[in-house]
Design a protein around this ligand. Structure first.
Ligand code: HEM
Ligand code: NAG
Length: 338
């Protein structure tokens, strides 16, 4: 009787123990080799397509250059497309997906353009090395080539991004639109691993390209309910903006009033003269956290060139998908595979 009692007790204790072990995650093997996953960014490399598609970068470069020679305004649009891609779900080409409810179809994306260039490059790459080069890599390299085309700096682009399969319209509205305060801009960049210097440097992209009136017209009159224009806007510049442009919301105005076609530091010297077009641009010179960088960059073009390259590589590395099971290599940049 006592023996039976002990046996039952033993079995009970054993079962409880098994349940505990299972609930805490199973039996850990002794001398288990720690499985440390590499940082996704570390899986990017300059030689990613060296054996699988050695001409990829040359083809991208050739196409971008040909398109921009036909229409220089496409350079700015490609660079902005890359920013909007990386700003939402990382640099995964989610901005290129063209289905109902995708980022691309959002109101906030309505002035994005240049999609046809990426499609054109992708079509050629698919004939040469099918299912190999990701749309995210094409867009990243194209943004570099577009910068070079307008006399901006060159940098090496680490490759190996994979394309995401998710794109959600309302997430496109999270990208700064031009009416934010500097704190919001800093926080937005910080959330993506980019610091205040990166913010000021990358905003320097507005040394080229154009804005629709919709994005700055609130500065021209009754600014923040004051019944007056934005006081941080130069009076002559204000008059030019009021007279010449903005009959319609989608009228376009150069972001850099001085040298709109050249990738230079005029963006920063404009800010010092109250000639920033977007309020988010001008605010960078009135906030103590960002103004010292504006001063430094306005007076040192080589600092801007070097740091722009560094900050663009950082932008291109935001939340990249690089592990084999993550994302896919899209066949058509507009749609996920099958
Ligand atoms: C700091 C926050 C930023 C804000 C608030 C902002 C806002 C804007 C706005 C409102 C426009 C004009 C859109 C329109 O109404 O047509 C624009 C255009 C542009 N943005 Fe930004 N932007 C920011 C950062 C960036 C970054 C980081 C880049 C690139 C790395 C970039 C590149 C461009 C370019 C090149 C254009 C001109 C596009 C074209 O001509 O098609 N922006 N931006
Ligand atoms: C800046 O913008 C954020 C987000 O829109 C807001 O919560 C915050 O109150 C603003 N800060 C200032 C100082 O206006």
């Amino acid at each position: 009787m006592k023996k039976l009692y002990l046996t039952v007790l033993f079995v009970f204790v054993f079962i409880v123990e098994v349940m505990v072990v299972v609930s805490v995650g199973g039996i850990q093997p002794v001398n288990r080799v720690p499985k440390i996953l590499p940082n996704p960014v570390d899986l990017l490399s300059f030689t990613h397509y060296l054996t699988t598609c050695p001409d990829a970068e040359a083809i991208i470069q050739r196409k971008v250059s040909a398109w921009i020679q036909k229409d220089y305004t496409l350079a700015a649009s490609i660079i902005r497309l890359h920013f909007h891609d990386c700003a939402v779900r990382g640099c995964d080409a989610s901005v290129l997906l063209n289905h109902r409810g995708s980022e691309r179809r959002a109101f906030a994306s309505r002035t994005l353009r240049g999609f046809h260039i990426i499609d054109d490059i992708k079509a050629e790459l698919e004939t040469i090395c099918p299912r190999t080069v990701s749309c995210a890599d094409i867009l990243t390299a194209a943004a570099r080539d577009a910068t070079v085309q307008l006399n901006g700096p060159f940098w090496q682009v680490p490759l190996g991004r994979r394309d995401g399969r998710i794109s959600i319209s309302k997430e496109a509205g999270m990208v700064p639109q031009g009416h934010e305060n500097v704190t919001a801009l800093i926080e937005f960049f910080q959330a993506r691993g980019l610091n205040i210097l990166d913010l000021v440097i990358l905003s320097g992209s507005h040394t080229i390209g154009r804005s629709s009136c919709y994005s700055f017209k609130h500065r021209l009159s009754n600014f923040n309910g004051t019944r007056k224009p934005d006081p941080s806007l130069d009076a002559n510049y204000l008059n030019i903006l009021k007279k010449k442009y903005c009959k319609r919301n989608l009228d376009l105005v150069d972001l850099d009033v001085t040298t709109p076609r050249v990738f230079d530091t005029a963006y920063y010297t404009n800010l010092k003269k109250k000639k920033g077009l977007l309020s988010t641009d001008q605010l960078l010179y009135s906030d103590g956290r960002t103004a010292p960088f504006v001063d430094a960059l306005a007076s040192q073009p080589s600092l801007f060139e070097n740091q722009f390259a560094v900050s663009m590589v950082k932008l291109g590395n935001v939340q990249v998908l690089t592990r084999p099971h993550e994302g896919e290599i899209r066949v058509n940049c507009n749609f996920v595979n099958y």
